[in-house]
Write a protein that binds this ligand. Sequence first.
Ligand SMILES: [Zn+2]
Length: 299
Amino acid sequence: MIIDAHCHFWEEDLISTEFRTVLNNIGQLLDFDPSLLFDASAERLIKEMDEAGIDKTVLLALDGDFVFSSKLNYKEYNNKLAEYLENYPDRFIGFAGIDPRRGKEAIIELERCVSELGCKGVKLWPLTGFYPDDLSYYPFYKRVEELGATVLIHTGAGPPGTYLKYCQPVYVDKIAVDFPKINFIMAHIGDPWTNEAIAVAMKNSNVYIDISGWEPHLKKAPFAFFQTLIEAKMTCGVDKILFGTDWPLFNSFLNLKEYVDGIKNMKLPPPMKMMGFNEFTEEEKNKILGENAKNLLGL
Ligand SMILES: [Zn+2]
């Protein structure tokens, strides 16, 4: 089973001017036509998942209300997610977008999203300006734990207009220790703090890493890609590594099919083989591509 553990969605007519600017900035920064990012609808995604052979995708709603004005507020975004889950129950797994700074309201929305809308987790977006391990969010995490939900948390660099300092992987460590029953997925292997992310995943059995957003590395700097993946395998174990794409953001480097095929067919660069590193086995590739996520999400 192939599972994309990190994927976004929005519809062009629902994008706010400010969010469009964010997408434009991403295109400019990474040197591609940003209009390719404007349609991130369920229909387009399902078509591309089918082409890639992806069975299921974790869809993340976003609560960006603290930095971006949006046409949909966070509850409406979660409702949109619920619509997608209802239309494609076998293909999508929903993670609600909720900012823990909302206090009691965050807990009420969490309960609604998990109990009524069928979400399996929550996506946290600290790049909008909060440290995830602030003690004032502990009642929120306590409820996450009680509901048996998973937390996917952005770590590492984000788009222009967002804050980097809150996104260091080390800020996941304390909540992972204090809430051992919650599983945490750290997005993007915390890039550029990959060693830090791998260390947090190594010492905490409930912390995972996803390789979303690493399409440009695989395409343009494969040595760096494999170095990090080998480091992760050797330090925190292959069972902690989840395939993810961050669709549609890096589609112009590798589309879903190209990224899936890139993992299926990965071969270490010759210098790494000369250094004595072993190729990823079929079993390890299958774990990364879906088995690990399947176990983690109890599918
Ligand atoms: Zn993302």
